[in-house]
Every structure is written in C-alpha cells, then in structure tokens.
Design a protein around this ligand. Structure first.
Ligand code: ATR
Length: 279
C-alpha cells in the first residue's frame, strides 16, 4: 500500500455502483505506470437526491476526478462550473475533473464507441444502425456521426428515435423496420436487451446478421451477449462492450492524471475480472 497524505483521490459514483470494475482497472493502471503513490481510485454509491451534497464534498475534499454512471450522467451537469462542448452536445457527463476547485465535465463515452470501430475500419460514410435511443445511444450517435458515418436509429419508442435522429442528422425507425439492418455496415446495440440477468434476450433476430456486418454491443456484462454470440455464428465481426468500457476509462485516466493509460494492461485486468463475473 503506497497511499500517503498526498495521494489524490479519484472515484466513480453510481447507484448501484458495486458491480463497477472502474476501481480495479484504474488502480491497476496507476500501479503499472508507478503512480499509485500519487493516485487512488475508489467507488461510492451516491443517491441522486444526495448529488448536491456529494459535489460540495468533492470540492471540500479536493477529489481530483469523478466518473459518473447511472443515474448521474445528466443530473450532475447542473452542479458543474464548466462543461466541455462535446459533453454539452451529447447532453451527458461521465467524467468530472477538479482543477483547483473548478469542476469541469467531460464525456468520454463517445470515444469508447468510436475507437474500437476505428481499430477495424474507418467510420467515414459507413452505414450505422443504432439500436436504442437512451443515454448510451446519445454518446454513440454523437461519436459515429462526428466521424462521418450515416446513422439510422431503431428504437422501441419511435418518438425517442425521432428526437435523437433530429439532433444527430440521422433517420429514425421503429423496431418493426428492423429488417432493413441487413443493408447496414455496422450494428450497434445501445439497448439494455441482453444485459445480465436477461442474458437470453437479443434485440435483433439472428437471421438478419450477415458476415459483412460489424456488430458492437455496448453491454459488457455478460462479456459475450447473445447478440454477439449469434453474430459470431453468422460470421460477422464482433466488438465486445468491454472495449467501449475500456476506452472511456483510458480517456478518463489521461484527464485525471495527465499520463497515458497502459491500455493493454488495463484490458487484461478488465478481461480477468469479467471472466470471474461470468463464473
Ligand atoms: P441507457 O442510459 O443505458 O441507454 P436508457 O436511457 O434507459 O438506458 O435506455 C434504454 C434503451 O433500451 C432505450 O432505447 C429503450 O427503449 P425505449 O426508448 O423504447 O424505452 C431500450 N430498451 C429497453 N428495454 C427494451 C426492450 N425490452 N426492447 C426493446 N428496447 C428496449
């Protein structure tokens, strides 16, 4: 244990939060590059009604960085001193940096959406089918359109798809039109369908997936969702949700510490912990 009175605190807040793997991967990263004397990363279950008090605490305790997860990403914005332009456009903050008492909000989820795809192919002019129109979908819609993709949003509640499509210059569809994903290049699941404990569910019939698709699931528990398993069986290229989680954390690591995150090492730690969860 290298923590001293000078160690800066970073943390994740959520409700619930105990499933979060952020402490494991950030702390492993600190240790790997030898800054675990300077930084420590913890988690706290913060209720939405306690958010204002929590923010006062962040300033009082000079907490360096706060990662926000469900249900805080939108609500937290009103307590911040500054919000980065991208986070404003997305309408959600998953990262807060405390610079000498000034709290600035960022969003790194969109990087989690685009960087794993860009390792395989350019997004420019690609046809992206985004399934879902909730919080996660907003960051994905921003990210892929920012990189030049053409967006079609499919959602159970069509009104929500229309609203998102309008903001990000996409096309809105109901889930009844899902057949048309056949002609898309990339399929991105941003619904909660398939999430633990409902692992038997999938948002897309298997027969619509072909070997020319890239299928990316934002869900990372379970590690391999039914959607990804079936996509693999159909010969599609798959991207696990753990990559989205990893890349948003890698970007946070840099914002909190100023150091480049040891990405490979953090991935191995994440996959290790996900495999434990699967057992
Ligand atoms: P998150 O912040 O994780 O995106 P959210 O904002 O609650 O969570 O959004 C959940 C998304 O999953 C929504 O797009 C939701 O569809 P609706 O807008 O119609 O509610 C979608 N979703 C959840 N359960 C679903 C189901 N059983 N079938 C289809 N879509 C579902």
């Amino acid at each position: 244990m290298k923590i001293t009175a000078k160690t800066k605190i970073c943390m994740v807040i959520g409700d619930p939060v105990k499933h979060s793997l952020s402490p494991q991967i950030h702390n492993a990263g600190y240790e790997k590059i030898g800054i675990d004397r300077d930084y420590v990363y913890i988690a706290a279950n913060v209720k939405i009604q306690d958010l204002a008090d929590f923010i006062k605490g962040v300033k009082a305790m000079q907490i360096r960085g706060v990662s926000c997860t469900i249900p805080h990403k939108i609500e937290v914005i009103k307590y911040l001193d500054e919000v980065d332009e991208i986070a404003k456009k997305i309408g959600a903050v998953n990262t807060i940096v405390n610079d000498h008492g000034i709290l600035k909000g960022y969003n790194t989820d969109w990087l989690g959406a685009v960087l794993p795809i860009e390792k395989i192919t350019s997004l420019k002019n690609k046809k992206v089918a985004l399934i879902g129109a909730g919080g996660a979908a907003r960051a994905i819609a921003y990210g892929v359109t920012q990189k030049g993709a053409k967006l079609k949003i499919y959602n159970r509640t069509i009104e929500k798809a229309c609203k998102l499509a309008k903001e990000f210059y996409g096309e809105a569809h109901s889930l009844n039109d899902i057949e048309s994903i056949k002609n898309m290049d990339i399929i991105f699941n941003a619904t909660s369908v398939g999430l633990h404990p409902k692992e038997n569910e999938t948002p897309i019939p298997k027969k619509l997936i072909t070997n020319h698709h890239i299928v990316f699931d934002a869900i990372y528990i379970p590690y391999e969702t039914r959607l990804l398993k079936e996509a693999k069986e159909q010969g599609a290229t798959i991207i696990h949700g753990s990559e989205m989680f990893l890349q948003q954390a890698v970007a946070q690591f840099k914002l909190y510490t100023g150091y480049d995150a040891p990405e490979e090492f953090m991935r191995s730690v994440l996959l290790h912990h996900l495999s434990i969860k699967e057992k």
